[in-house]
Write a protein that binds this ligand. Structure first.
Ligand code: ZN
Length: 140
């Protein structure tokens, strides 16, 4: 007797998958690590074996990262300028680039993970035809 068919193409909720991806975890099991290195998505989940290589994040993660970080840094710069008009220019030169880079490096893998989770949930690209992941706890 085969596995129940309702798990084959059951709808996936995109919001939990997006949040799990933001945590850099597999959207299917939320246990396995999504990345093998800083931005390299594992071909398969290290915990459940779900195929993750179907993603097509392309240049969306840098786009969204720049969009978010620029708004955060821009708002902070305006706020500091309004409230500290006597602040020397060298402090601006020292603080803003470092803070911008730190936020970029922090957000970039998380946003890429969120996008991969979103694509997985909506069965975009190769995720549509990928075999259904094993049910957690099922023995082979
Ligand atoms: Zn997994």
């Amino acid at each position: 007797m085969s596995a129940p068919e309702k798990t084959e193409n059951a709808p996936r909720e995109w919001w939990p998958a997006l949040k799990t991806g933001f945590a850099c975890r597999c959207p299917a099991c939320a246990e396995g690590r999504m990345f093998g290195s800083y931005l390299k998505v594992n071909a398969n989940c290290t915990a459940c074996g779900e195929e993750l290589h179907h993603h097509r994040a392309d240049d969306a993660p840098p786009y969204f990262t720049i969009f978010i970080v620029a708004h955060i840094i821009g708002a902070m710069m305006l706020w500091v300028e309004q409230h500290n008009d006597a602040l020397p220019i060298w402090i601006h030169i020292a603080v803003w680039p470092v803070l911008t880079l730190a936020l970029m490096f922090w957000f970039l893998p998380r946003i890429k993970g969120a996008l991969v989770g979103y694509q997985w949930a909506l069965r975009m690209h190769g995720f549509e035809t990928a075999p259904a992941s094993k049910i957690i706890g099922e023995t082979a």
